[in-house]
Ligand binder design. Structure first.
Ligand SMILES: Nc1ncnc2c1ncn2[C@@H]1O[C@H](COP(=O)(O)OP(=O)(O)OP(=O)(O)O)[C@@H](O)[C@H]1O
Ligand SMILES: [Mg+2]
Length: 310
């Protein structure tokens, strides 16, 4: 549906977005993760035709959008990183203004305004001035504004940074609902790994202008480790079983914990089945076992050498 081809942007000769290729299929929910200064907002500004790429292309259904962005503007809703609202106007007046800018037809605008206010849960406060709203509520009005023209593609640039948990949950729910129920295609930028894990089927990791990894959460996690870590709880302790496990060729490390054993082995070395056999021989049962799962945060750290929030 939407695709960037070797998309690049330089400011004063410095490349801040460097030949990135990303795509969004219709109905997908995709995450864009990256530390400060990675080039996420610049990428979004180019996609939304606010700034012109230095080189490369952005295609909507196979057609370049750079010379004539009118088509992409129709289908795209963008929630920018910076809140852009008129403080001295009410929530309703702001939405009315944005609706006119997006050229929503007059006779349907009123209905749309009420619809989007309902979506973001602020219908009952529409007559109040924006300057009396909390940061989270302003953000929700910003999202409402981006939804007025019923965009097929919604791009959100760190929509939950610095806001209260209630607004945050509300935003996540709204985005999930739009993706699931209305089939809206979503590109979601965030520093919060857990949000992306919850919302997105596919993730791009960006650092210093480049896409350094992409794939499903599982694919990204598999980049990380060449190891599996398993915790097992045994019916009773046995020195000879421990010795047997230590003798397995792919076991790197074995620690005794207060409930049992923690074993690190080479990835996909069938440790668990070998373990079951060996314990059976000793007449010991595996009461419980748990595979330790690394998080996307770990993958990120591994790839960029930075945590997401530094
Ligand atoms: N108009 C501009 N002129 C010069 N440099 C710019 C401009 N806009 C962005 N940059 C630089 O481009 C780089 C990428 O910035 P960008 O805002 O795209 O990063 P980001 O990934 O959105 O970061 P953050 O997570 O902090 O929002 C930064 O080094 C920034 O200083
Ligand atoms: Mg940004």
């Amino acid at each position: 549906m939407l695709e960037t081809v070797k998309l690049s942007k330089s400011f004063k000769g410095k490349k801040v977005v460097d030949e990135i290729n990303i795509y969004l299929d219709a109905g997908e929910s995709v995450g864009l993760l990256g530390p400060n200064g990675a080039g996420k907002s610049t990428t979004i500004s180019m996609i939304s035709s606010l700034i012109r790429p230095t080189s490369g292309d952005i295609k909507l259904d196979g057609k370049s959008t750079i010379k004539d962005p009118s088509e992409i503007r129709k289908v795209l809703g963008v929630v920018p990183q910076e809140i852009a609202l008129y403080e001295e106007l009410t929530a309703y007046e702001n939405l009315k203004f944005f609706g006119q800018t997006y050229q929503v037809k007059k006779d349907i605008l009123e209905g749309r305004i009420q619809e989007v206010l309902e979506m973001v849960g602020l219908k009952e406060r529409q007559k109040e001035l924006i300057k009396t709203f909390s940061g989270g509520m302003k953000r929700r009005i910003n999202i409402a504004a981006a939804l007025l023209h019923q965009p097929k593609i919604l791009i959100l640039d760190e929509p939950t940074v610095g806001i209260d948990p209630q607004s945050r949950n509300h935003i996540l729910e709204t985005v999930r609902e739009l993706n699931k129920t209305s089939g809206t295609t979503v590109l979601y930028t965030s520093h919060y790994m857990e949000e992306v894990e919850q919302l997105c089927k596919r993730v791009y990791i960006m650092d210093r202008g480049k896409i350094i990894a992409s794939g499903s959460k599982e694919e990204l996690l598999s980049i990380l480790s060449t190891e599996d870590t398993i915790q097992v709880q045994l019916s009773n302790r046995s020195e000879s079983l421990i010795d047997t496990i230590k003798s397995f060729s792919n076991v790197f490390q074995l620690d005794e914990t207060n409930v049992g054993l923690r074993i690190i082995s080479k990835k996909n070395s069938n440790l668990l089945s070998k373990l079951v056999l060996a314990s059976e021989k000793e007449g010991i049962q595996i009461v419980n076992y748990q595979v330790e799962i690394p998080s996307l945060e770990d993958v990120f750290l591994h790839l960029t050498g930075k945590t997401l929030r530094d």
